[in-house]
Design a protein around this ligand. Structure first.
Ligand SMILES: [Zn+2]
Length: 450
């Protein structure tokens, strides 16, 4: 078990993201994987003291939508809108995964997340070789709600990815038995039907059955690109949310990635039910999907907003500080300058993001009793300088990126110290990933193809 001894973070400024939005000079004690105390001049008996004077101490960041299994595909699917991006590149490449490429991809993605301050992800995995992704999550130290990607039909879906429905669902059961609660509880299972155009009605029904039987959340892509809805209506005679409602999916613990096309008709259908919507602004810009109206989405009863970087081929990095900055900036266009305050943007990647994926009682804020997931940032640099009257939220959201990350703890275990990953030989991982990536592209038949 990878528990750490007690740690006292001494002398920093806590930005707690708790209900009171505490910002104050306080110490934080981490013990037994949880936050044991927050207060002034805490005793350090039996603890390792980490000097964080001049630094800011925040809850570890939460990303509600990622694809570790795509980390190896960065840069291999450029210049395409969503459906061409999937059909011409991402699906053939995902279909070519083996254990080695899946593990390297998982480790690369997890390290990308951890080194930029993300401590929890909700991850849509890959169809085959998913055990290798779980292994990478366990080895990396990241916290994840994750599940294999479920696909059983669809135009352009390669044979290797369109699994027989029963096989796909049986694999979920097996992975639940092996991985749910694994890695000292850092891993929990998620049901991940990819999106409507790759899942049969039988698969959706099976997902709903498993969601109730195993008490698992469901996460899918929905209402992303404007081209999706016409294709779904032409094929199935109904809109995306209407279909999911009829199949019972809206009555599960559901969160969706994107929701760019979510409008008043969808809000009506949601009535009385909850829905997590994970905003992915970089991916939405890169694939030409549009700009979600966060002010509107936040006003819809039952909607809980989070944020995520999505996959490496549509972002192309996993730095959620950049993503929160972009979210705030884009709402300047959508709603007007200042309409989406930097404090709300930071909440997307912390407490609100945790709520969007149902983990708000465990992570997302610095409060006694929560998991000891912490990121320490250095704002005392030219790019994030601000006088005493400047909002700390503005300094974080508009002035920082991954290079401000000094320390990262997950369950009180240091994963990044003084900006460097702990316990991982990065040059070796990168060299291994490069070899696995070249072999993957060969297997996909895309070597030398632009
Ligand atoms: Zn995605």
């Amino acid at each position: 078990m990878s528990t750490a001894g007690d740690i006292v973070l001494r002398g920093g400024t806590v930005v707690a993201m708790d209900p009171a939005r505490t910002v104050a000079p306080l110490d934080v004690r981490l013990s037994g994987g949880r936050i044991a105390a927050i207060g002034a001049a805490l005793p350090s008996d039996g603890a390792t003291v980490v000097d964080v004077r001049g630094l800011h101490v925040l809850p570890g960041f939460v990303q509600g939508h990622t694809h570790l299994g795509q980390a190896l595909l960065r840069g291999l699917a450029e210049g395409r809108d969503l459906l061409r991006w999937l059909r011409e590149r991402v699906w053939p490449l995902e279909a070519a995964h083996d254990d080695e490429s899946a593990y390297c991809s998982g480790m690369l993605g997890a390290v990308d997340c951890l080194s930029s301050g993300t401590t929890t992800i909700q991850d849509i995995g890959i169809v085959t070789h998913m055990d290798a992704i779980f292994r990478a999550i366990a080895d990396s130290g990241l916290r994840a709600i994750a599940g294999k990607c479920l696909m059983d039909e669809g135009h352009g879906v390669p044979p290797g990815l369109a699994q027989p429905t029963a096989v796909a669902l049986d694999e979920v059961r097996a992975q639940h038995a092996t991985w749910h609660g694994a890695a000292d509880g850092r891993i929990s299972l998620l049901l991940c039907p990819r999106f409507i155009l790759s899942c049969s009605a039988a698969l959706w029904r099976g997902v709903v059955t498993l969601a109730h039987e195993l008490a698992l959340p469901v996460h899918t892509h929905l209402l992303e690109h404007p081209n999706e809805e016409p294709e779904v209506v032409a094929l199935l005679g109904k809109g995306q949310l209407e279909l999911l409602d009829e199949l019972g999916v809206l009555d599960t613990r559901l969160s969706i990635a994107h929701g760019v096309q979510f409008d008043a008709r969808h809000a009506e259908r949601l009535a009385g039910r909850g829905l997590g919507i994970v905003h992915c602004p970089s991916a939405n810009l890169k694939l030409g999907s549009g700009i979600a109206d966060l002010g509107y989405l936040a006003s819809v009863p039952g909607v809980r907003l989070g944020i995520g970087c999505d996959g490496a081929p549509c972002n192309n990095d996993m730095d959620v500080l950049e993503e929160m900055r972009l979210a705030a900036l884009l709402q300047g266009i959508k709603a007007g300058p200042g309409r989406f305050a930097s404090e709300r943007a930071l909440a997307l990647g912390t407490i609100d993001g945790a709520r969007a994926i149902g983990l708000e009682h465990e992570v997302g804020s610095l409060e006694v009793g929560k998991r000891a997931d912490v990121v320490v940032l250095d704002l005392d640099r030219p790019g994030s300088f601000g006088g005493t009257q400047v909002s700390v939220y503005d300094r974080i959201i508009y002035g920082t990126a991954r290079d401000a990350v000094v320390h990262v703890f997950v369950d009180g275990v240091p994963r990044v110290q003084h900006g460097a990953l702990i316990g991982l030989a990065l040059p070796e991982l990168l060299a291994r990933a490069r070899r696995a990536c070249d072999a993957l592209v060969q297997r996909a038949g895309l070597a030398g193809v632009a």
